[in-house]
Design a protein around this ligand. Structure first.
Ligand code: MG
Length: 157
């Protein structure tokens, strides 16, 4: 078995859609970035790549590449899944923490979980999504940014 960890942070900006784990979340601002800036899919992609010893998302999808502009980050995750699959690995379970002061993520956590399970080919019971605020301090607490951490376990197919 192999374990991998992923982390991502993006700034919040007006005029962008907020997309978390592939789900569009109702909010006044969205995450800034070259792609769709989905911190959840970026952290999960890095966890998958890390567990298989395949570097990071920036190696595979540079933010200087025009092809990655505003792209759906599910593309990065799907590519990581096929790379780890080619090496004979498959996910066992996934645990995710989203750090966001607002909006309240309770109502969308279930949909994010279902979508992550679909993308990883796992039963939803093997995927967990947690949400934390920043206690109104630091860049998370002041709603300047959102972060995500992910841990994934892989096993041999
Ligand atoms: Mg990112």
């Amino acid at each position: 078995m192999r374990v991998g960890i992923g982390h991502d942070t993006h700034r919040l900006e007006a005029g962008r859609k907020l997309i978390l784990g592939g789900i569009t979340v109702e909010y006044s601002r969205g995450l800034a970035g070259h792609s769709d800036a989905d911190i959840v899919l970026h952290a999960v992609t890095d966890a998958l790549l890390g567990a298989a010893g395949l570097g990071d998302i920036g190696d595979a999808f540079p933010d200087t590449d025009p092809a990655n502009k505003d792209v759906d980050s599910a593309l990065f995750l799907n590519s990581a899944m096929s790379k780890i699959g080619d090496l004979g690995w498959r996910p066992v379970n996934l645990d995710v923490i989203i750090f966001a002061q607002e909006p309240k993520l309770g109502p969308v956590k279930g949909r994010i979980r279902e979508n992550l399970a679909r993308l990883l080919g796992l039963d939803a019971a093997l995927v967990n999504v947690k949400a934390k605020t920043g206690e109104k301090v630091g860049h998370i607490g002041r709603s300047e940014a959102m972060s995500c951490q992910a841990v994934v376990l892989l096993e041999r197919k």
